[in-house]
Design a protein around this ligand. Structure first.
Ligand code: NDP
Length: 449
């Protein structure tokens, strides 16, 4: 129950309007709980229906995506683009191709993206899109035909000054390449800035592939330094998932002196007490699109266990969930606390359920929410847009230095906002308020939109 009658009314309306959108309700409630601390001081929010507007996407696009498989059979998937808020810049957010994609997941991700993008300090609004198409097990030709069909509808809704999609689960460099090729073909125009995460030969940015995972660790490092006078050095780390975010979070955590002892995919997890061998992992996941269990065939002393949630029974100092939403339940959180962890840094979007977050915070663990911790990907996407506009490429080191600076700033903005709200160190509240204030200022200044 929220303290503010106004916020409770808005939340009830969100639930009543779309009773099945559980993930969306979850992300809205988390934000409203933070706003509950400041809303009384801002009667202009209710007068201008600011919160009502905030929780309602500016536009929701839903479309069918027919494509032909290798056997010549016509298949059909659903495509989405949720253009949530463009008060501070063109819509920006990834595309997810995964069987679990539905409107609730798209809306929760688009909503979170507003805050994340605001926190980067860069001029980008929030959006998300995707499809329930599963690229796993599909041939390159099938993925290409699907991407071409998807873009044949999406192209009319995007543009470098309108909406700039990027990758997410199931959408990496291969998919972005096919999507960009189709966009260019339809529009007969080389609008490099219409998509980010592009290949380096056609407008991509160095460090974009690594950015989210690296950024998670840069923020984690700053949080450890400022709040515990500590670092990754000598820490045992667990990184769930083994996709884009997880691999580069593992790499940076290792470079910062941590030892990553376990990783997972949706089938199970590997435990390597000697520290994950990144060359082996990258070869399996990036070169061969294999499964994580293949790791144990190549690395003596490592083990594989079926079931991806079991990874959290292994003791660690720093937990970095980097797979998908709602992976860590309250029960799992209690195990992580009991095993003596000191920090949780969210790499995936909303990987911890609300009761898990409360368990971590009340046990005194440092907790970095995804909105802040994984903003590095979209930040470097915005830097890719800048380079496209300038027709210029920065070096890996230049982009990496900008990324690090952005992540350090995000931590401090969230931390300072938590202090101002009287909940010093609560980065969930801090990130929500810092991000919200900027977007609301822009909404109020622009009138009724
Ligand atoms: P990838 O597709 O590269 O990897 C996803 C990983 O998570 C895989 O290991 C996958 O295992 C696992 N996974 C996916 N769904 C499930 C599930 N239902 N249960 C268990 N494991 C699952 O995606 P990314 O690494 O890009 O994204 C991971 C997370 O990070 C997502 O929450 C995404 O929204 C977030 N994120 C990504 C950004 C980016 O730049 N890529 C930016 C910001 C946030 P399997 O192979 O078995 O499916």
């Amino acid at each position: 129950m929220l303290k503010s009658e106004y916020l409770q009314r808005v939340y009830d309306q969100v639930v009543t309007r779309d009773p099945d959108q559980k993930e969306f309700h979850q992300s809205v409630l988390e934000v409203l709980e933070s706003l509950d601390m400041i809303v009384d001081k801002h009667p202009e929010y209710e007068e201008n229906a600011i919160i009502e507007r905030f929780v309602e996407p500016e536009r929701v696009i839903s479309f069918r995506v027919p494509w032909v498989d290798d056997a010549g059979k016509v298949r059909l998937n659903r495509g989405y683009r949720v253009q949530f808020n463009s008060a501070i810049g063109p819509y920006k957010g990834g595309l997810r191709f995964h069987p679990t994609v539905n409107l609730s997941v798209m809306k929760f991700l688009g909503f979170e993206q507003i805050f994340k993008n605001s926190l980067t300090g860069l001029p980008i609004g929030g959006a998300k899109g995707g499809s329930d198409f599963d690229p796993k097990g599909k041939s390159d030709a099938e993925v290409m035909r699907f991407c071409q069909s998807f873009m044949t509808e999406l192209y009319r809704h995007i543009g470098q000054f309108v909406d700039v999609p990027a990758g997410d689960i199931g959408v990496g460099g291969r998919e972005i390449g096919y999507l960009f090729g189709q966009y260019r073909r339809i529009c007969n125009s080389y609008d490099a800035g219409v998509l980010t995460g592009k290949g380096l030969t056609f407008g991509g940015s160095l460090t974009r592939t690594e950015a989210t995972g690296y950024g998670v660790c840069y923020l984690g490092q700053e949080m450890l330094r400022c709040m515990k006078n500590d670092s990754y050095e000598g820490k045992t780390v667990i990184v769930s998932g083994s996709g884009n975010v997880a691999i580069f979070a593992c790499q940076k955590a290792t470079e910062l002196g941590g030892k990553v002892v376990a990783m997972s995919d949706s089938n199970g997890y590997i435990h390597d007490p000697n520290g994950i061998n990144l060359d082996v992992l990258k070869d399996i996941k990036l070169n061969r699109r294999g499964r994580i269990k293949e790791y144990v065939d190549q690395v003596p002393g490592s083990t594989y266990t079926e079931g991806f949630r079991g990874i959290w029974t292994i003791p660690c100092d720093i937990a970095m969930p980097c797979a998908t939403q709602n992976e860590i339940t309250g029960e799992i959180a209690q195990v992580i606390v009991k095993n003596g962890a000191m920090a949780v840094v969210e790499g995936a979007n909303m990987p911890c359920l609300p009761e898990a977050v409360k368990t971590f915070q009340s046990a005194g663990l440092l907790f970095a929410p995804s909105k802040a911790a994984n903003a590095g990907g979209v930040a470097v996407s915005a830097l890719e847009m800048s380079q496209n506009s300038m027709r210029y490429s920065w070096t890996f080191e230049e982009v990496d230095a900008k990324l690090k600076e952005i992540m350090v700033n995000i931590f401090h903005n969230a931390y300072d906002a938590s202090v101002e709200c009287g909940v010093s160190g609560d980065l969930v509240v801090g990130a929500n308020i810092a991000a919200f204030n900027k977007v609301v200022d822009a909404m109020l200044a622009q009138g009724l939109i």
